[in-house]
Structure formats: C-alpha cells, structure tokens
Design a protein around this ligand. Structure first.
Ligand SMILES: Cc1ncc(COP(=O)(O)O)c(C=O)c1O
Length: 457
C-alpha cells in the first residue's frame, strides 16, 4: 500500500523481505516485535548477519549499526577472539547444572576491572540484577524504601516500571503493584539538595540507585560531581549507594563509571558488555552485603539467607564470552577508541545541523550520541548545545512520528540508529562508518525537510 510519505515508500521499496517477515511476525507477537525499542512504523528491518560495526538485512542492505546489541557489543559484532572462546565453551556443553571453571575466570575478569566487586552474584539479565540489588539492600539495612531518579532506567520489574518515560509522579504503570511503587521515592536528577532533604526526612530509605552518567545511558546527563556528592551524602546517612552500571560498565571507562569518577559504590549492577554479547548480569559489591547470599555466614551469624536460584546464572557460554571481552577491554584501548569516535561523530553531526540551518543537536559523552530533536522549537546553537540546561522532559520526550521518519530516512542511507534516537558506539566504528553516518544524516535532513516541519536555527 502506497503511503503519502516518499520516505516511507522508499524504505518499503528497499525492504520487501523484511516486510514479508514482519507480516508473519504480526501473527505471533504484539506489534510484531519482541522488544519495545524495535517498534518501527510500518515495520523494522530483519537482520540476517552482522560483523564489526555493520549489519545486513534480509534484502542484503548494509547498515552502520548503532544499536550495538542494545549496548552489549563494545567490541562490535563477532569479535574473533570472543567467538573462539564461545565455540570452545559450546563444544564442552551448554549447561552443566554444576559450578565450572568459566564462572571463576569471569569473576576474576570483573574484579580485575572493578575493585569494588569484593563479591559477585551472576544473574541472567540486568533486570534480575537490579531486582536482586533491591532485595540485598533491604535485607542488609532492615529498611524498606528505595530512592531512584526520574528518567533513570533500571529494567522492567515492578520497582522500576514508572518514572522513566512517564508516570513521573511515581504512580504505578499498568500491571505494577501500587504497594511496590509506594515503596519507591522518585527524585529529580541533578538536584543534590532534594536528595539531602529526602535522606534527612525519611529514615526508611535503604538505598539510592542511579545510572551514573544519567538517565537512559546519559540521554539526561548528570552534572559533574553529582555522583561524588551522592556518595558523600549516602555515606553520611548510612544509606547504600547502588550504581547501575548495566550500560556504563566497561563502556565509559574500563572500570565503568566508578572508574571514571573515582567513586566506590556499595553495590553495582552489571549486564550487557559484562557477558560479551550473550545474556548475563551480575550484582557485585561489598562482601558484608553479598554475605546475605552466603550459607555459612547466615548460619554463623543467625540471619535468614536470601534465596537466589536462576537456571541460567553464569551460564558457561556467557561466562566465556564475558571473560574474553573484559580481558580485551582491560588490555587494549577499546573504550578510548569508541569514545574518540563518539566525540567525532557528535561534532560532525552538529556541523551538519548547523550547515542545514536545523535546530537539532547531537550530544553525549564517551561512546554514545543522542539527537536532541527540539520539540519545543527552542533557539539553540548545535555547536554550543548544553543538555544540562534542558529540562529532562525535553531531552527524553522526542516527537515519536518525526523520530520514526528520521530512523527510516537514515535506514535508506545505510545507518541504523537506536529506537530512542541515538547511537551506541563500539571499538570497531571507523572512518568509513563516520563518513556514511554523516552522509546518511545529511540525506535524511533533506528528505525530512521536504515532508515535515523541522525547527530552524
Ligand atoms: C541502566 C540499565 N539497567 C538495567 C537494564 C536492564 O537490563 P536487561 O535488559 O538485561 O534486563 C538496562 C537495559 O537496557 C539498563 O540500560
């Protein structure tokens, strides 16, 4: 069916095999997808293979990939050393139902990069990691409330499923227990006085959890020193500090955001890069807190142990992939390389926006970029854009229809940005990718300008 948008029509013309798969998927899945951030209208691309910074769809179209396995692929797709380790582990068996050497090596690789990880408990995902961190914090402190920040994402379990993209008043989203939501205190990011007041007023707060570079992996950035100030405050009030390093862990610095900022949290949650492109997560941190999972300590000290099973905790394939990935990150300039590409792509995109006279901006830190789409039509200079001067609603709330069209227009130009309008960068992105990205953006701006109204400089 012909759309009245030339962008949509051109996209559909290029992607008949994806369209056919999407039609079948519609018979199986709500919205024909298996992860909300893949929601694309009329349908998203179906990918058949990937290598390094690139992926190929079912029609053979080639893309610079900025999904990066939802942030898991710091070394790009199919790193050869990681692949060898996965194959070796695979040949030995996928699940022993027993302890194994791979998990011990994996734990060592984590501790080598993250000294705060005195003890580790592997989980199967980041969501499981933040859920277990909540439980550990409550059991350890004997307090019930958890504080977290508006726009910060920590997975999708009941404690975390509001105040991220909506329900900023702390009310529960559909299906979430209001009783659980009522045990969560939502705070405004970057307002250290409000945090101090909350800790003063409410002695039931067990822990504060945050994304250390800001909500959405830095889409809503934090002011410099906020994390350092939080560490001082939480220490003073006897409240645990949990850094959710599911995104930042081993991306923003080999030691995570805690390595970058020089802050030692009580607990950290990890996933994504941790498992080298396969599923996996972990809670790591102080020995006396993780002790709540320890049989002997519970018996010796007469406390009730936290029960924590999990069929795929530390599965051998994830352990092997994660160990090699973390070794490579420790021994190479992978993080610095990806961050250098990030700085370049942000600068080049801002030059393109300025040349085109469009009041958008690319911003971010280290190995990512975000596009500010300026729904409120504010006067901004792309080359001087400061996201810290913007309300979080403006950074987070992108015009959904326009973002969807931008993504389609970029796909036509051979670039796949993330569903939230940004990019995750790996150590394999190179000069060709940069040139293709800038050309695709410039082409997309032209196409969009012909059919949408864009904010002007
Ligand atoms: C900061 C953060 N925490 C937790 C999670 C949840 O991790 P998972 O998707 O592995 O459950 C995510 C996922 O994107 C995340 O970005």
């Amino acid at each position: 069916m012909l759309s009245n948008s030339p962008i949509v029509n051109q996209y559909v013309d290029r992607t008949p095999a994806s369209q056919a798969l999407a039609a079948q998927a519609g018979k199986h899945f709500p919205s024909a997808i298996t992860h909300d951030s893949r929601h694309t209208t009329p349908y998203g691309i179906y990918v058949e293979k990937a290598k390094g910074s690139r992926k190929w769809d079912a029609d053979g179209n080639n893309y610079v990939d900025y999904f990066g396995g939802h942030g898991a692929l710091m070394l790009g797709h199919r790193n050869e050393e990681v692949e060898v380790c996965i194959q070796e582990a695979l040949a030995a068996g996928t699940h022993f139902g027993s302890s194994h050497k791979y998990e011990v090596a994996w734990a060592g690789a984590v501790q080598n990069l993250m000294p705060s990880a005195e003890r580790i408990r592997f989980t199967a995902s980041g969501t499981e990691a933040t859920l277990l961190a909540m439980r550990l914090a409550r059991a350890f402190t004997g307090k019930n409330r958890i504080a977290r920040f508006r726009t910060h994402f920590h997975g999708w379990h009941d404690h975390m499923a509001f105040g991220v993209a909506n329900h900023f008043d702390g009310t529960a989203t559909p299906g979430v227990l209001p009783e659980v939501a009522a045990q969560v205190t939502l705070l405004d990011p970057n307002d250290i006085d409000a945090v101090a007041q909350a800790l003063e007023d409410d002695k039931e707060i067990a822990a504060i959890i945050l994304e250390p570079t800001g909500g959405g992996g830095g889409m809503v950035p934090l002011v410099p020193d906020f994390v350092v100030q939080l560490r001082e405050l939480t220490e003073r009030h006897g409240v645990l500090l949990i850094l959710d390093e599911v995104v930042t862990g081993f991306r923003v610095h080999p030691g995570g955001a805690q390595g970058l900022f020089g802050v030692t949290p009580d607990l950290s949650t990890l996933a994504k890069i941790l498992a080298g492109g396969l599923p996996g997560g972990a809670v790591v941190g102080r020995q006396d807190i993780l002790e709540r999972l320890d049989f002997k300590s519970a018996a010796d000290k007469a406390f009730e142990k936290i029960h924590h099973p999990g069929t795929f905790n530390a599965n051998p394939l994830s352990a092997a992939a994660g160990t090699k990935t973390l070794e490579i990150i420790a021994n190479t300039d992978a993080c610095a390389k990806a961050a250098a590409f990030g700085a370049e792509v942000r600068q080049k995109l801002n030059e393109s926006f300025a040349r085109a006279g469009i009041a958008w901006a690319a911003y971010g830190e280290q190995a990512n970029f975000f596009i500010f789409m300026n729904s409120a039509d504010l006067k901004i200079d792309p080359l001087e854009f400061d996201p810290l001067s913007m309300p979080y609603e403006d950074l987070k709330g992108k015009p959904a229809g326009l973002l969807n069209k931008l993504r389609l227009a970029l796909l036509i130009g051979g670039v796949d940005i993330s569903g939230s309008g940004g990019g995750v960068i790996s150590a394999t992105h190179d000069d060709d990718d940069l040139a293709q990205t800038v050309a695709a953006f410039e082409g997309a701006l032209e196409m969009l300008r012909a059919e949408e109204s864009l904010p002007k400089l």
